[in-house]
Design a protein around this ligand. Structure first.
Ligand SMILES: Nc1ncnc2c1ncn2[C@@H]1O[C@H](COP(=O)(O)OP(=O)(O)OP(=O)(O)O)[C@@H](O)[C@H]1O
Ligand SMILES: [Mg+2]
Length: 252
């Protein structure tokens, strides 16, 4: 658990805006250990998605260094799964084909793809929906497919950018529970961007708080509740204290 899988050092990143230059990220440094779940919270526009994009290899124009297992990140890789707010499924593929897509690309034998996709479909509770196309699924179902499609590849790190923010409260809670359950399988590292403080505390070993203009880290809070965690943790007195503390930081 102590091996550092991702090392982020002194990231500075900005965008040219006509003649002006807007600094978005300033001196961002933190480490992620193997198996650790780290949430990033902060006001809209503070650069959370920009930072995730740099870690995902989508945006390479930054100063500083991002090392994944000691290697510079140069582009996207199946070692790093990416989940966005809107499930980016392939509309022309069924649930089963979407989930098995990455394995098919890797030329995994058909019977193995079937075995693994069946297993994940059961896990995400979509038995009976194998042959549905994404347009026939609810938002929560789509996000479950999206989670399964990423995790079936066993990425070492999963980057999640507000994955549940478009969902209603009940569905969001179910998705948080599912994420915790699936994480237990092989314990990938996760970076989880969210606006939801409760979600951040419930899921994480560490919550990183950012401020904006430019985006900086103002606090890194260790969350020490033992795992496996259940949703009723949110009414625990210590949980509520942490929530108050984080809320104060965000609104001050
Ligand atoms: N491609 C781009 N070109 C120019 N400016 C950009 C670009 N992408 C993002 N920005 C700017 O960078 C800043 C940070 O944006 P980013 O999307 O990373 O914020 P965020 O923290 O993810 O916000 P939200 O919580 O609303 O998703 C914003 O001011 C945004 O306008
Ligand atoms: Mg964002």
């Amino acid at each position: 658990m102590d091996e550092i899988i991702l090392k982020i050092e002194d990231i500075n990143l900005g965008y040219a805006n006509g003649k002006n230059y807007k600094k978005v990220l300033e001196d961002i440094s933190f480490d992620i250990k193997k198996g650790e779940i780290v949430s990033i919270i902060g006001p809209s526009g503070c650069g959370k998605s920009t930072l995730l994009g740099a870690i995902g290899g989508i945006n390479n124009s930054y100063e500083g260094s991002i090392l994944f297992k000691g290697q510079k990140i140069t582009g996207p890789s199946s070692n790093r799964g990416y989940i966005f707010q809107e499930a980016a499924l392939f509309d022309w593929l069924t649930v089963e084909e979407n989930i098995g897509y990455g394995l098919k690309l890797k030329k995994t034998p058909k019977n193995e793809i079937k075995k693994f996709t069946d297993e994940y479909i059961r896990e995400i509770d979509l038995k009976g929906y194998e042959s549905y196309y994404p347009s026939k699924l609810s938002g929560g179902m789509k996000q479950r497919v999206s989670l399964a499609r990423s995790l079936i590849m066993h990425p070492e790190i999963l980057l999640m950018d507000e994955p549940f923010s478009a969902l209603d409260y009940q569905t969001r809670i179910e998705m948080q529970g599912l994420t915790l359950r699936l994480w237990e399988h092989y314990k990938p590292s996760i970076i989880f961007v969210t606006h939801d403080i409760e979600e951040a505390i419930l899921l994480s070993d560490k919550v990183i708080v950012m401020s904006k203009n430019p985006g900086k880290i103002i606090e890194v809070l260790d969350i020490k509740f033992k795992r496996p965690r259940k949703i009723d943790l949110i009414s625990d007195a210590e949980f509520v204290d942490i929530k108050k503390k984080l809320l104060k930081m965000l609104i001050s």
